[in-house]
Design a protein around this ligand. Structure first.
Ligand code: PHE
Length: 346
């Protein structure tokens, strides 16, 4: 039996040479030191030895088991270290790789257009004012010279908001023009030169040409000798700054209940240079805004005596102008929240 111990030790050592991984080692350990190992079986047979041989056997047995346990421990330490080393090698950072791009946010193209329009008017000495989006029927229509049942109300399809008082109708403003009244009432009796940018809402089917929400920039100038010449000069100047120094404008007679006379302003098509193309529908001109001299009734509603004061007003759509500038053929892109669209600007 003693000889067997020596054989076990030799065989175990030999087997260890083919242990490459921690898993191999676990298998080796169970084979040579486990409960079912030859070593364990041998220890159970100690009773069969004559009594005088037992101490020698016991000693030898202990030595072999200690030697194998020791081997097990050192091998485990060596394999653990090797494994760690391998993992570090694998995970090591390659500092020469290009970094990951951090996505940078940007301003929405409508915001950019609004800011550009604001900057142009700021240079011309206009103040920027904001007016409310939820309006009374009175401000959106009545005070703008459109009493109830006035046919011109049909020009704007309106979202009505439920209100507890049926006498006091509430709407989402259909244009920024009610801001004219707020501005006049707030600044009266001083001269005014301001723009009022903001959102408008229309109860219309959403199509390539119309959204139910979009922006407008209103402008209002009130003073003592303001004439149509001021209107024309200011808006022609704006068009040149917005669409290029060569931009030509034309004024077409139009109708708005709150201005008299009223005009629509076109800029010469900058796609085809006036020759006629798909964008300008072969007219050579692109409509960019509505304007006119503030109607005496509106001046009066704002607190200004039309005998002493006069003014002009205008309203433009930044989305529409952006569509013309970039050749965007569908207004729905603006608020569809598609990052691919938004990322093309700025
Ligand atoms: N509010 C008009 C519209 O929405 C535009 C406009 C503003 C016209 C000011 C004249 C003066 O169509």
């Amino acid at each position: 039996m003693i000889d067997q111990l020596a054989t076990i030790e030799d065989e175990a050592r030999a087997a260890l040479t083919s242990v490459q991984t921690l898993d191999d080692l676990i298998a080796w350990r169970s084979q040579w030191l486990g409960k079912k190992s030859t070593l364990a079986t041998l220890s159970q047979q100690i009773g069969k030895l004559p009594a005088d041989q037992r101490p020698v056997f016991g000693q030898r047995f202990g030595a072999v088991r200690a030697a194998l346990t020791e081997l097990d421990a050192t091998t485990e330490a060596r394999l653990q270290a090797a494994k760690l080393h391998e993992e570090l090698e694998e995970d090591s950072i390659d500092v020469t790789l290009p970094g990951r791009q951090v996505p940078v946010g940007r301003l929405h193209v409508s915001t950019r257009s609004l800011r550009r329009i604001q900057a142009i008017f700021a240079e011309m000495g206009f103040q920027v004012w904001e007016s409310r989006e939820v309006e009374s029927d009175e401000y959106n229509f009545g005070l703008l010279n459109m009493p109830e049942h006035h046919p011109a109300r049909d020009m704007w399809d309106t979202f009505y908001v439920k209100s507890s008082d049926p006498e006091h109708k509430v709407v989402l403003r259909t244009h920024t023009s009610p801001g004219q009244i707020h501005a006049m009432r707030a600044l009266h009796p001083h001269p005014i030169r301001m723009i009022l940018p903001g959102k408008c809402y229309r109860y219309e089917p959403v199509t390539a040409r119309s959204e139910m929400m979009f922006h407008q920039v209103e402008g209002i100038v009130v003073g003592q000798h303001i004439t149509m010449t001021d209107l024309k000069g200011t808006l022609a100047n704006f068009a040149r700054r917005m669409f290029g120094a060569e931009a030509q404008v034309r004024f077409r007679p139009s109708y708005f209940p709150f201005t008299e006379p009223s005009v629509e302003v076109d800029v010469e098509c900058f796609i085809c240079g006036g020759a006629g193309c798909r964008v300008c529908k072969y007219t050579g001109w692109l409509e960019i805004l509505g304007a006119g001299m503030v109607h005496p009734t509106v001046l009066r509603n704002g607190g200004y005596d039309p005998e002493q004061w006069s003014g002009f007003a205008f309203g433009m759509g930044p989305e529409r102008q952006t569509m013309l500038l970039y050749g965007i053929d569908d207004i729905r892109w603006f608020f569809s929240n598609d990052a691919r669209f938004r990322q093309q600007f700025g």
